[in-house]
Design a protein around this ligand. Structure first.
Ligand code: CUA
Length: 377
């Protein structure tokens, strides 16, 4: 009796929880309503089967419980029941699989008028590339990737000169225009996912994958990485904007092309140690949380960091110097900047060596000290 009641409560509780809990799909912002429909069909098929099996189990444990004078019946065959179960199961499985085939057909056939943009995934940030005015991407290769060429652009390919490069966790797309996203990864498996778009795809090192979608609702959405890709996986987030065509055009025009990036970067000369520090910052995923351009990501920006005065949560202030930066890496919660939560993990010697910290400090000194900025302007 207790088991039967437990099963009954489990079934009723699950149904109630499903319908009163606040967790459901976010509002859709793309053409992929068919993906929602497919998920909903699977949800209803599984839900009906779950309730039916659960209630049948509850009934059976009560009805056929042990009784002194009852005898079991022997019934090895029941072809009518077997037919019913076979047909019902077949229909249920077909209902779940067939819609997926129809949607997949759509998914892999990119519309002719789709424009392209590239998503570059790396531990633990995103970067984006648009083909520029010529509509053609320049070729890339991993062996070209370095501090000044984060996309691995081929310097000899004229198609690449006007490519628009966005080396941060932010991308905009115009509404009502289909886009084919080309995905690549610098290191391990990642997965580009904007929940409101519904569609997503793995970024696989060594190959270019793709999927397509059409943004349908202006707004700001989260980019998530949907593939466990290492220690910083949870920080691999970004901002995805769906703009009107005018807003998008204005935004895109303000982004640097590869040609401009080369011109802007070349004059700045870093010491060898600082260059290595920049690589440390890239590989450790520092830029997932700290920007160079003044924008607040997760942690305080690094713009103008060196020598600046920082207000701390305990009301005191500190001048940013080498000891403070080292402490902020090793024990980030000790002197926390005002307005930020203690979310950064302590980077002990097991995560980043003293040599790497030294290189990082050199990089921060050369990149963010005010004298350097004055020299640039
Ligand atoms: Cu990239 Cu998880």
């Amino acid at each position: 009796m207790a088991v039967a009641i437990f099963l009954l409560v489990l079934v009723v509780g699950s149904v109630v929880f499903t319908f009163v809990s606040p967790w459901w799909f976010t509002d859709i912002a793309s053409n992929w309503g068919t993906i929602d429909t497919t998920v909903l069909i699977t949800f209803w098929v599984c839900g009906v089967v779950f309730v039916a099996v659960g209630l049948f189990m509850a009934y059976s444990t009560w009805k056929f419980r042990h009784q002194e004078d009852s005898r079991a019946e022997y019934e090895p065959e029941n072809s009518r029941l077997e037919w019913i179960l076979t047909i019902v199961t077949t229909v249920g499985v077909a209902l779940m699989l067939a819609p997926g085939l129809i949607v997949w057909e759509d998914y892999v056939n990119v519309p002719d008028d789709a424009q392209e943009f590239e998503v570059l995934a790396k531990q633990w940030t995103w970067a984006f590339r648009f083909p520029g005015e010529d509509g053609k991407f320049g070729t890339v290769h991993v062996r070209n990737i370095n501090v000044d060429n984060p996309f691995g652009m081929n310097p000899d390919d004229p198609n690449g000169a006007d490519d628009v490069l966005i080396n941060r966790n932010e991308v905009h797309l115009p509404i009502n225009q289909p886009f084919k996203a080309l995905l690549r990864s610098n290191d391990v498996l990642h997965d580009f996912w904007v929940p409101e778009i519904r569609a997503k795809m793995d970024a696989v090192p060594g190959m270019i994958t793709y999927f397509w979608f059409e943004p349908t609702k202006v707004g700001k959405y989260d980019i998530l990485c949907a593939e466990l890709c290492g220690r910083g996986h949870y920080t691999m987030r970004g901002e995805f904007f769906i703009d009107t065509q005018e807003d998008f055009d204005a935004w895109l025009a303000a982004q640097p092309t590869w040609e401009q990036m080369q011109a802007g970067i070349s004059p700045k000369v870093y010491s060898a140690l600082a260059r290595r520090g920049r690589e440390v910052a890239d590989t450790q995923g520092c830029f997932a949380c700290h920007s160079l351009d003044g924008s607040q990501v997760v942690g305080p920006t690094w713009q103008g960091l060196w020598g600046s005065e920082r207000q701390l949560t305990d009301g005191s202030s500190v001048t940013v110097d080498e000891p403070y930066i080292i402490e902020s890496i090793r024990e980030p919660a000790v002197q926390l900047v005002e307005g930020f939560a203690p979310v950064m993990i302590p980077y002990g010697a097991d995560l980043i060596s003293d040599d790497d910290v030294e290189a990082l400090v050199a990089y921060l000194r050369e990149e963010t000290s005010p004298q350097e900025e004055a020299a640039e302007e």
